[in-house]
Design a protein around this ligand. Structure first.
Ligand code: AHR
Length: 503
């Protein structure tokens, strides 16, 4: 039996929780858009061809922002192909995913869908095969009210109101050799700076995200961030981070500690950004947009998914359709804990992705839509993590991992919402075989009682929700939670994630 101790004090604030921490990502990739959110022949499609069962699940998930349209896809994308009458839109080769892009869904359609699901649209421009002019064009088309060629074109296409997109990504993963238009950090940064300055001539209040590294394992990590920020510090508001995790050689101990890597990644990018800030004598503090994060079984499916034949360019192939287990959901819940812990600097994040492609929501053409295990920690955390993130005092035994050295068995974060007086605590037990009892000093919260409790745990850590068994894994209560004399105790079974609210 493992014992851990926590102290929660609402006076020790890390920073306010920005709702944009609970964002997601829709890319034109595999069946995320086509046969995912959009399937005009589905019995539950609305008049615009969007599946209403998927819309209901996205609303339940509680997604604040949605990054669109890529991803690797955006680096070869011509935004204007996706607007205007559907019948006239061109079919194009999508080089990123070796597919055919039909362009049935584009900016206006997706902006309308985003409004329907109640999420803010975050738009990425193509800095792979394109540059300043095309970024200005899509900005004018999207946001200018009317009276110019491009804005009047949008109005004529049926979108009478501007889309008013506030957050714009300046390309995607431009550090990656797989990316169309990949180059050196200096080359990319100069293009990003020019694009940002031009876009600000249209609207100085846009919020702009420059590309950081596509992973902390990239050989250029650290240097890339420094060089990019040296060139763009005055022009942008955010630098991006991307991270995906999977078990390597069944080393579940390391996999369960993936959030340790995310913590270190964020801390490194913060340190690099603050170095550039100091050198430049700049007052502005750079924020992080963690705009791709998830569990992704890249090595398991890499060769299965790959389409390479010069004659093979399928429409909406099944790509990156990972099935998520209970253990994956626990790691995933812990990644959310890491993001919240850094709420002072990470003020935007996007779970990659939303539907079918490494996603919390799965669909079958003409059939059902269902929740993967990862749906649950996201939906609960997005709903309950309100107000400010708190700095916790955590004392936990450690265990040795192959990848990260000694790490805490228990990890946790708490939030406090001054408006409602509600505290929420999120905890994980990373042990594969032992229960953990956590004793929490909540004396500084005053008299409180237990509100809601939720847990992800199963005797079978590999249990998953599938088409055949869509509700195998569900949220459970954690009925061990008890409060007495200013102390809360909670038991966490092995490989589990728990959320508790205090009123
Ligand atoms: O999310 C899947 C892919 O992962 C994205 O297209 C790319 O940006 C990243 O490498």
């Amino acid at each position: 039996m493992i014992s851990a101790r926590l102290t929660i004090d609402p006076h020790f604030v890390v920073g306010p929780i920005n709702r944009r921490l609970f964002g997601s990502f829709v890319e034109h990739l595999g069946r995320c858009v086509y046969d995912g959110i959009y399937e005009p022949t589905h019995p539950r499609a609305d008049d615009s061809g969007f599946r209403t069962d998927v819309i209901d699940l996205v609303k339940e998930l509680g997604v604040a922002t949605i990054r669109y349209p890529g991803g690797n896809f955006v680096s070869g994308y011509r935004w204007e192909d996706g607007v205007g009458p559907r019948a006239e839109r061109p079919r194009r080769l999508d080089l990123a995913w070796h597919s055919t892009e039909t362009n049935e869904v584009g900016l206006d359609d997706f902006a309308q869908w985003s409004r329907t699901v109640g999420s803010e649209l975050m738009y990425a421009v193509n800095l792979g095969t394109r540059g300043v002019q095309e970024a200005l064009d899509v900005l004018e088309y999207a946001n200018h009210r009317s009276g110019t060629a491009l804005s009047d074109q949008r109005v004529a296409n049926g979108a009478t109101e501007p889309h008013n997109v506030r957050m714009w990504c300046l390309g995607n993963e431009m550090d990656g050799p797989w990316q169309l238009g990949h180059g050196t950090a200096r080359d990319y940064a100069r293009l990003a700076s020019k694009t940002a300055r031009a876009m600000r001539q249209v609207d100085p209040d846009l919020e702009l995200v420059v590309c950081g590294s596509s992973g902390a394992q990239m050989p250029t990590f650290g240097t890339w961030e420094r060089v990019v920020l040296e060139e763009t510090y005055d022009d942008v508001d955010f630098i991006s981070c991307h991270a995906y995790y999977e078990p390597v050689d069944d080393d579940y101990g390391s996999f369960l500690a993936s959030a340790v890597d995310m913590d270190r990644f964020i801390d490194s990018v913060v340190a690099t950004a603050d170095h550039v800030k100091a050198v430049r004598g700049n007052d502005k503090t750079m924020r992080i947009s963690f705009d791709e994060w998830n569990v992704w079984y890249q090595s398991r499916y890499r060769d299965v998914d790959k389409i390479t034949s010069v004659d093979q360019w399928p429409v909406a192939p099944r790509l990156l359709e990972d099935s998520y287990s209970v253990m994956d959901a626990v790691v995933f819940g812990n990644l959310l804990i890491s993001l919240i812990r850094h709420a002072d600097r990470v003020t935007s994040a996007s779970l990659a992705q939303l539907v079918n492609v490494i996603a919390p929501i799965m669909t079958e053409p003409g059939g059902d839509a269902w929740r993967q295990t990862t749906f649950f920690p996201f939906a609960v955390t997005s709903r309950l993590a309100r107000g400010s993130a708190l700095e916790l005092k955590l004392e936990s035994p450690t265990y040795e991992t192959g990848m990260y050295g000694p790490v805490s068995v228990v990890d946790a974060v708490a939030t406090f919402d001054g408006a409602s007086g509600q505290t929420a605590v999120f905890l994980v037990n990373r042990s594969l075989d032992q229960d953990a009892t956590v004793t929490v000093d909540i004396s500084s919260l005053g008299p409180v009682s237990v509100g809601e409790t939720y847990m992800i745990h199963d005797e079978d850590i590999h249990a998953a929700n599938t088409f055949a068994d869509q509700t195998r894994v569900q949220l459970r209560d954690n009925d061990s939670v008890d409060i007495s004399s200013g102390t809360l105790t909670v038991s966490l079974p092995p490989v589990s994630w728990t959320a508790v609210t205090l009123r």
